[in-house]
Design a protein around this ligand. Structure first.
Ligand code: 1HN
Length: 331
């Protein structure tokens, strides 16, 4: 069999098709920002941006080990550092990215000619195929969390990049302050160019938090205040494979979402609390990041007296496109 490159199916069949639910390789994990931040800043001292191109520490799934740059089967996340005056050169690639700003002011990312200011909590998209580069006009280090679908594209042997020249940037604010400054209103298309595939690239945190506070005020005790980041022209997920939501957790109120077939990475924007992921208790605060594998039983609660705000990154859009996303009620 070896010589002719064949193998028997039957020893592998049960592993390929486990009963009732998948066997996850991913092990849920908590990455403490307090412990990772000094390492990211040290990387800034040791590694010039010209050499690194992107100065990132990747959050690695303990179920796979640090040789694998991924947090779950489908989700890559990493903390990226840009120092004042630095420039990370323009490139574009097949995988899609989104950045969530963790700390610092003055950095920006230019995506397809649109200059997007980075403020803590903002979510900024870099859909696959769009040119992007990062710059920093401020005075303090800026750290953000990158989320990409690169594990999927690498698995599909679909991932590659192109390098480019610095982009030409017209003097105008990004689309969140121009065409998409008001929720529920989009530009009239009667006399205009066809709608862009990714009309809105920057989702300012202050609007997200205001939206969450408004729905939390009127939510019943069993509802979770959670908003989805969507394409304002189509209502679809903001990226093709990865979905993003923002959640507001109230102190003393347990949030128990359904069991989902998607995997997830949660990033704490501000506040503190605890989550239980398949029986394991994870205590988190501002800047921390944690993961949940497919079909995990998850619950969250804020601690202290203030609400907590999390962004959930998940792969349900990919699973929905492939036709196998499911949710199961909690027992
Ligand atoms: C990438 O292009 C960036 O542009 C960051 O900042 C992280 C990880 C894997 C592949 C491409 C960036 C990345 C990446």
């Amino acid at each position: 069999m070896e010589e002719v490159h064949v193998s028997p199916l039957w020893p592998a069949l049960r592993n390929l098709l486990p009963l009732h639910r998948p066997i996850a390789v991913t092990k849920s994990s908590l990455w403490s920002f307090g412990r990772i931040r000094p390492l990211v800043l040290r990387a800034g001292e040791l590694t010039p941006i010209e050499k690194a191109e992107r100065r990132v520490l990747v959050l690695c799934d303990p179920g796979r080990g640090t040789a694998f740059p991924q947090a779950t089967a489908t989700i890559y996340v990493g903390f990226q550092l840009l120092l004042p005056g630095e420039h990370a050169p323009a490139h574009r690639h097949i995988p899609s990215a989104a950045r969530i700003i963790v700390e610092g002011e003055g950095a920006y990312t230019t995506v397809n000619g649109e200059k997007c200011a980075m403020h803590p909590g903002d979510l900024i998209l870099t859909p696959g195929g769009m040119w992007h580069e990062h710059g920093h006009e401020g005075t303090e280090p800026v750290i953000w969390l990158d989320a990409l679908d690169v594990p999927i594209l690498a698995y599909l042997e679909g991932s590659y990049r192109e390098e480019g020249k610095p982009q030409i940037v017209p003097s105008r604010p990004d689309g969140s302050a121009v065409e998409y400054s008001q929720a529920g209103l989009v530009p009239s298309r009667h006399y205009r160019a066809p709608r862009p595939n990714y009309p809105l690239l920057r989702y300012p945190w202050e609007r997200t938090e205001a939206g969450l506070r408004a729905i939390a005020k009127h939510a019943s005790s069993s509802e979770i205040a959670e908003l989805e980041y969507i394409n304002p022209e189509t209502g679809d997920s903001c990226l093709p494979t990865l979905g993003f939501t923002a959640m507001m957790l109230l102190p003393g109120r347990v949030a128990r979402p359904p069991i989902r077939s998607s995997s997830a990475v949660f990033h704490v924007i501000h506040g503190s609390g605890r989550s239980t992921v398949d029986g394991e208790i994870l205590a988190w605060k501002s800047g921390d990041t944690f993961s949940a594998s497919v079909f995990a039983e998850v619950e969250h609660i804020a601690s202290g007296t203030e609400p907590a705000f999390l962004i959930r990154i998940h792969d349900a859009p990919l699973q929905q496109k492939l036709g196998f996303y499911e949710e199961r009620p909690r027992s």
